[in-house]
Design a protein. Structure first.
Length: 271
């Protein structure tokens, strides 16, 4: 197993897995507690339009995905302030629009998009060093902003109306939170892909919720669980020659099932 670390691609994958797990665990905690999985799905699938645009313009598809996911996050944040708007319908339209636009751009692009599947289903073994720097930079941004607004995010997470009575700018805080979700989407795209990233964004936090008694503890447990699943899935996929993203997600689901059964049995035992 140690011999694998002589290969640069595996070292890059190992580092990227840990860095992605940090963003995933922190932001995933908010997604699970606030039950905004559908919003996160709308943001993530909109990113596919940016990936197609990146191929079409000949730039790094992740930069295109960043633009589209941030734009989708901004639109969804704006819609939250319009209470007469059918938010779920608009999010569903953004979801479909991003995917359709991505397919359209790719069809206009001459040649064959060889690594397109890695953006849909992930392939952490192909992450280059420059993308590790991007993930690291996004991690730093997420950690700094969450640390700066932790108490404010805590207020809107558990009691939005009370946060308003305190004079907090709830709509602005949601805008920032949605932007952080968009950044986390970019971090996870090469790890598990657009199709599967919502699962990794939510499953570790859902498991951590079984045991955590505070938001900080939830984030810590969620990051730890995400690291365990991504690293284990990385090794399993390498040795068994399986798709990395699928291996990570299936391992995460198995972890959730075992955790749920353990909690259920424990509660019945002490009931």
């Amino acid at each position: 197993m140690i011999d694998l670390f002589q290969y640069d691609f595996f070292v890059n994958a190992f580092i990227a897995s840990i860095l992605a797990s940090i963003a995933c665990g922190i932001i995933g905690s908010y997604v699970v507690v606030k039950r905004i999985v559908f919003i996160s799905g709308g943001i993530s699938h909109s990113a596919y339009g940016g990936i197609g645009l990146g191929y079409f313009l000949g730039i790094n598809p992740l930069f295109g995905a960043l633009i589209f996911s941030l734009s989708a996050a901004g639109i969804i944040s704006f819609l939250r302030t319009r209470h007469n708007t059918n938010e779920d319908t608009i999010i569903g339209m953004l979801w479909a629009f991003g995917m359709s636009l991505g397919v359209l751009f790719i069809s206009f692009t001459p040649g064959y998009a060889g690594d397109l599947m890695s953006y849909l289903f992930g392939n952490i073994l192909t992450v280059p060093l420059q993308e590790i720097y991007i993930i690291l930079a996004i991690d730093v941004i997420i950690i700094l902003i969450v640390a700066l607004f932790f108490n404010q995010f805590l207020a809107i997470t558990f009691d939005e109306e009370y946060a308003r009575t305190l004079g907090l700018k709830v709509d602005l805080l949601y805008f920032i939170l949605f932007m952080l979700i968009a950044l986390t989407v970019i971090v996870l795209i090469k790890l598990v892909g657009i199709i599967l990233l919502i699962a990794l964004l939510t499953i570790p936090a859902a498991i951590a919720k079984h045991y955590a008694v505070s938001l900080k503890q939830l984030m810590f447990y969620s990051v730890a669980a995400s690291i365990i699943f991504t690293i284990s899935g990385l090794f399993i996929s390498y040795y068994l020659n399986l798709p990395t993203g699928s291996s990570i997600i299936l391992l995460s689901i198995l972890g959730y099932i075992l955790s749920y059964l353990y909690i259920t049995f424990k509660n019945k035992r002490y009931a």
